[in-house]
Design a binder for this molecule. Structure first.
Ligand code: NAG
Ligand code: NAG
Length: 832
């Protein structure tokens, strides 16, 4: 292995030289002679297969058939309602219970579902097989592609690789098979896409390939040398975060700079004012009520509009626009111009609504009509700006600079920032009018004063040589607002300064923003989103994994979420098989049958172990990029020993971070529980109470569970106090007012306790109901998984509290507990 690595490294050097030599010939692809030789031990050039005319025809025909078939499959899936992932819990009840309590609810919900005979929540939504078997023509096409691939036809190898990687043409996602094809292709031709994909395999362990950072680095570098943007972005992120390499800001800077420069070039290549930004990156959790299916804190959910609400909103505005409501017209211009996730943009429609507003508010001579209110005037200005810009850019109409100028001047007179900035650009670049830098600067200045982001950027750029402070000030403000060009120029400025670590970090942050927002050409996210929406979870997961490796926070969050869903499916589908695969994954020497089982149960990573490890890695990286709830998930993984050694201390640390930094109510509740029971932290009733209280504060939804916990805490405190244990000096429960309420709850709580205990007794021994955790996996299969310590046993069993170990809880216990909680809630709290 080491020897092969050495050879490859040598090749890398030779490739670098070859690339250097061929630099500037613009062919786009650099031949990688060495790789072919290494792969086959022969002469690359003579071995290389070159297709003749017949093959080219055959390939073209086959690909045509396959593409038509794929399109039909996509249509078939798209016609069914868009895929909606179920929240991780039963939605209505989960609003009431956070954290551990949720698991009782989930267990009970699952039991009920099982009893009623409903389909399993996760399984039911997996992509179903295509309608019927493959047609004969498609089978033949695949055969002929296979034939060509056997003769190392580049295109054919590529088609087969992608077919296995993304589950196209009715195939299953099979990364292991894709790996072989990509390897063949990389060896045969040095195809950069194939090298990049090999890098992804070695970086992630997809397809059961052993994770090897050195090989990941090597293949990514090979692809990056050939200018593969995704590979460059991946390398940038790895150097930035120190994944498989030491953290080196300078190297990250170099790669991010390359990607960002490509992005900006493409941006400026568009119409005046730059290309329209790509679609917003959707966090899947937002559509499902959050990562946990509930709001856990102030930052845990984006404000989301679902498809139905969006439809209602749209028809409302359309109706009032028909009734002549100007405000609705303006809203519609905006909606149709920028587009929405559930309604793609339509410039023609946007333009016609803008025209409606103009006709209503301006006279034929382009004067504002008399007697307009302040808000009408500002809407008139907005419409004029939009209309002018669309004419300038040729959106919804042919480019018409005269009309653009006319309306932009009118908008500018009304102080519309967009109009001012666009008119400034016309003067600056001499679009349809004589260049006039002075006028341009003036217009930019006013636009900047109107806080228009583009105006600020352009004003900043114009002032760079005159007054750098003013320039940077404006660029910073525009960057804060998310203007990609401002970010880019700030990054260039920082990068150009003599590099301190801080400046490097600042430059990288801005370049990263550009690379991840100006990602028209290289982002896997749109493909992933489309695949997800039609229920093609395998392809979506692979694409989100690629995005995650490139450093997208959204990619990491979504990849982790989908991997978790796959985990639940595997756990629900064959808990027994999951058990096998865990041993097969770690043992390695297991028989063929077990390995096959593992591969079937864990199609992406080949083993349970690798699957959960990678899930944890993505939660961790998402958490490091401030994705909501990811830190709590990380804590859950440590707490349960999923993908890492069980460690209540690490879990507590993660929960503390989430509780303090993100005000996450779920994390607070978990922390309260840990302090209450002395798990992972020193037992401390006072802190336990504090965290429960704060959890109620930030998370109204978790009220009931928190009150129950508080009541239980109170009992425990009294018990500990009565039996002379150390309870600290603070008075705890005798000062605050909710005491009376809690007292009343004691009875029910006692029963709940009993139920929990009973449940633990029933489920603790055999773990037969393993599919019950948040991840649904049999957490009970980690006996002695680094956590044999007495503390743990005491913590979990000693105080007779079943809350934490509920993976082993029996379903009947769950139901009982649930009923008791609900009963208590009904009596004590107004049920919302
Ligand atoms: C790799 O090969 C495939 C098939 O020939 C081609 O479509 C793709 O563009 C190639 N990738 C690069 C980066 O040249
Ligand atoms: C935009 O809307 C118009 C009608 O308002 C419709 O005719 C046209 O097909 C739409 N364009 C697109 C690209 O959907």
């Amino acid at each position: 292995m080491r020897c092969a690595l050495g050879a490859l490294l040598w090749l890398l050097a030779s490739v670098a030289i070859a690339a250097e030599a061929e630099h500037g010939d613009g062919a786009g692809r650099v031949a990688v002679p060495g790789l072919a030789a290494a792969g086959k031990g022969g002469h690359a050039d003579t071995d290389m297969y070159s297709p003749d005319g017949a093959d080219i025809d055959a390939f073209g025909r086959a690909v045509g058939v396959l593409q038509r078939y794929q399109a039909a499959l996509v249509r078939h899936h798209a016609t069914r309602r868009g895929y909606i992932m179920r929240p991780t819990t039963c939605r209505d009840l989960s609003g009431v219970f956070p954290g551990f309590a949720q698991r009782y609810v989930r267990g009970a919900a699952r039991l009920i579902a099982r009893l009623v005979g409903l389909a399993d929540e996760a399984g039911a939504h997996h992509r179903t097989a295509p309608a019927g078997p493959r047609p004969k023509a498609v089978v033949q096409a695949i055969e002929s592609v296979n034939e060509l691939a056997a003769r190392e036809h580049e295109g054919a190898l590529f088609v087969l690789a992608e077919m296995a990687m993304y589950g196209r043409y009715g195939a299953d996602v099979d990364p292991a098979a894709a790996f072989e094809r990509y390897q063949q292709l990389a060896t045969a031709s040095g195809n950069a896409t194939a090298q990049y994909m090999l890098g992804v395999f070695y970086a992630t362990g997809l397809g059961g390939i052993e994770q090897q950072n050195s090989l990941a680095l090597l293949y990514m570098t090979l692809a990056a040398i050939q200018g593969h943007t995704a590979a460059e972005a991946t390398l940038a992120f790895r150097h930035l975060s120190g994944i498989g390499v030491p953290v080196t800001c300078g190297k990250a800077l170099g790669y991010y700079q390359t990607v960002a420069r490509k992005a900006i070039r493409y941006y400026l290549d568009g119409p005046p004012l730059g290309r329209q930004m790509p679609e917003y990156q959707v966090r899947l959790a937002d559509d499902n009520g959050g990562t946990y299916g509930v709001r856990t804190g102030p930052y845990s959910l984006h404000k989301v509009v679902d498809r139905q609400a969006f439809g209602e909103l749209l028809s409302y505005h359309q109706q009032s626009a028909r009734d002549g409501d100007i405000k609705s017209c303006i809203t519609l211009v905006d909606l149709y111009y920028h587009g929405h996730r559930f309604g793609p943009s339509n410039y023609t429609t946007a333009l016609s609504y803008a025209r409606t507003v103009l006709d209503a508010l301006f006279t034929g001579q382009g004067e504002l009509r008399a007697g307009l209110s302040q808000s009408d005037a500002s809407m008139a200005a907005q419409a004029a700006g939009m209309y002018g810009v669309m004419n300038l850019r040729g959106e919804g109409t042919a480019v018409d600079t005269a009309a653009a100028q006319r309306w932009l001047v009118r908008g500018s007179r009304l102080w519309n920032g967009m109009a001012l900035n666009a008119l400034g650009v016309m003067y600056r670049d001499g679009i349809g009018i004589e260049t006039n830098m002075e006028k341009a600067l003036q217009l930019f200045k006013v636009a900047a004063e109107r806080r228009h982001l583009g105006g600020r950027t352009n004003f900043g750029l114009a002032m760079l040589d005159v007054s750098p402070e003013v320039a940077i000030e404006n660029l910073k403000k525009a960057a804060e607002g998310g203007h990609i060009q401002a970010h880019f120029h700030l990054a260039e400025l920082y990068a150009g300064m003599a590099g301190s670590e801080t400046q490097c970090r600042m430059a990288v942050a801005s370049y990263k923003f550009v690379a991840e927002h100006g990602d028209w050409l290289h982002s896997p996210v749109p493909d992933a989103t489309v695949a997800y929406q039609r229920g093609d979870l395998g392809a979506a997961t692979v694409d989100y994994i690629r995005a995650a490796e490139m450093g997208y926070g959204v990619g990491q969050h979504n990849a982790a979420l989908l991997l978790e869903a796959a985990f639940r499916r595997a756990g629900a589908g064959n808990s027994a098989g999951a058990g096998n695969s865990a041993s097969a994954g770690s043992g390695g020497g297991a028989g063929n049958g077990a390995a096959d089982d593992a591969r079937r149960a864990w199609p992406l990573f080949g083993s349970r172990q690798a699957h959960v490890q990678q899930t944890l890695a993505y939660w961790t990286r998402a958490a490091n990029q401030n994705m909501p709830d990811a830190r709590v998930k990380q804590g859950d993984h440590y707490f349960n020993g999923w993908g890492a050694e069980r460690s209540a201390e690490k879990a507590a640390a993660a929960y503390t971070l989430a509780a303090e930094a993100d005000a996450n109510g779920l994390a607070m509740w978990n922390l309260g529980w840990m302090y209450e029971n002395g798990i992972g932290v020193k037992r401390d009733f006072y802190l336990a109470k504090r965290w429960y209280d704060r959890s109620i504060e930030v998370n109204e939804d978790g009220k009931l569970a928190s009150h129950v916990s508080l009541a239980r805490l109170c009992i425990k405190y009294l018990w500990a106090w009565a039996s002379g244990a150390d309870v600290g000096d603070s008075p705890l429960f005798f000062a605050p007012e909710p005491v009376a309420e809690e007292r009343e709850e004691e009875d029910e709580d006692e029963q709940a306790h009993a139920a929990a205990n009973e449940a633990e007794a029933a489920g603790g021994g055999n773990g037969d109901d393993g599919a019950d955790g948040v991840l649904g996996g049999p957490a009970g299969e980690h006996p002695g998984d680094g956590y044999e310590g007495d503390d743990w046993k005491q913590g979990m069993g000693g105080d007779g509290d079943g809350d934490g170990d509920d993976d082993d809880e029996s379903l009947s216990g769950n139901v009982l507990f649930l009923l008791l909680l609900v009963a208590a809630g009904w009596m004590l709290l107004p049920f919302r």
